[in-house]
Design a protein around this ligand. Structure first.
Ligand SMILES: Nc1ncnc2c1ncn2[C@@H]1O[C@H](COP(=O)(O)OP(=O)(O)OP(=O)(O)O)[C@@H](O)[C@H]1O
Length: 256
């Protein structure tokens, strides 16, 4: 099987500081990869370099573009890269405010993504938006409401609908459940798991919460000081961590 994403030697420096260093891995279609590590370990930097939000200092991020095969995303033109991120990719931000347009309705937030992939018929776009609101457990009757009138959990579910409506092949998520009440987190995680599995979407999720990766990720990468110190199947890494740092992380976070 051809990998969807092939990353090699990915490095980002901020002057003298290292964001991430020499990261390499492959991601296959439908696979969910979790990236964990303590605060400042480089998770967000890595995710932003992978998802075309931040230019790396060195290394390559090659994506299996439809009809073109593996292509380094940083060799694409800016419009090509923008098109890719709006159609074949989704990016779910930690704060829904960064991923939604707060000044337009819930329906428009979903509909404009459909328009980016060529949908033009108003009635069809509205029907699809209503369908997606229902799928993320928001009443279809709220379609004309602004996201500012939604709760934090609803905004996050709307952000997920906006990202999944175009049936992307790859979705990046940065701490998608943090900042929400524990009960809301559990429901959201369950929803993400169901949708990602059902649609067969590959996903890269950054989190400091090992419970999140245990539930969602097939594979796990552990980062420390910008580098990957351990990488393997999630259950294997969490149940039998090999690197001393992972052992510390697991024993300090997971209940025994
Ligand atoms: N804009 C920036 N300018 C300078 N240094 C930065 C910048 N962004 C991040 N860094 C540095 O890069 C390193 C990795 O930061 P990053 O935000 O990627 O970590 P993280 O694992 O996502 O942390 P957190 O879980 O707290 O969000 C840190 O040492 C940080 O100080």
């Amino acid at each position: 099987m051809t990998p969807l994403l092939t990353v090699s030697g990915l490095t980002k420096s901020y002057g003298a500081h290292t964001g991430c260093r020499d990261v390499g891995f492959e991601l296959f279609p439908g696979e969910v990869l979790g990236i964990v590590g303590e605060s400042g370990s480089g998770k967000t930097t890595l995710l932003r370099c992978l998802s075309a939000q931040l230019a790396p200092s060195a290394g390559t991020v090659a994506y299996d573009m439809r009809g073109q095969g593996l292509t380094d995303i940083w060799n694409l033109s800016e419009p090509e890269r923008r098109m890719l991120t709006r159609t074949d990719w989704g990016i779910v931000h930690q704060s829904a405010r960064d991923g939604l347009r707060m000044e337009v309705s819930a329906g428009a937030n979903i509909g404009e993504r459909l328009m980016a992939v060529g949908a033009r018929h108003y009635g069809n776009i509205r029907t699809e938006a209503e369908d997606w609101l229902t799928r993320v457990e928001i009443e279809a009757g709220r379609i004309d409401d602004l996201p500012t009138t939604f709760s934090g959990g609803m905004q996050q579910r709307l952000q997920i609908a906006r990202n999944l409506v175009t049936q992307p092949r790859l979705v990046f998520m940065d701490e998608p459940t943090s900042g929400l009440d524990v009960s809301v987190q559990a429901r959201l995680l369950d929803l993400i798991r169901t949708l990602v599995n059902r649609l067969g979407i590959a996903c890269i999720i950054v989190t400091h919460d090992l419970g999140v990766v245990r539930l969602l990720a097939h594979r796990l990468m552990v980062m420390r000081r910008g580098q990957v110190v351990e990488h393997g199947l999630t259950d294997q890494v969490l149940d039998d961590p090999q690197h001393p740092y992972t052992q510390l992380l697991v024993s300090s976070i997971l209940p025994v």
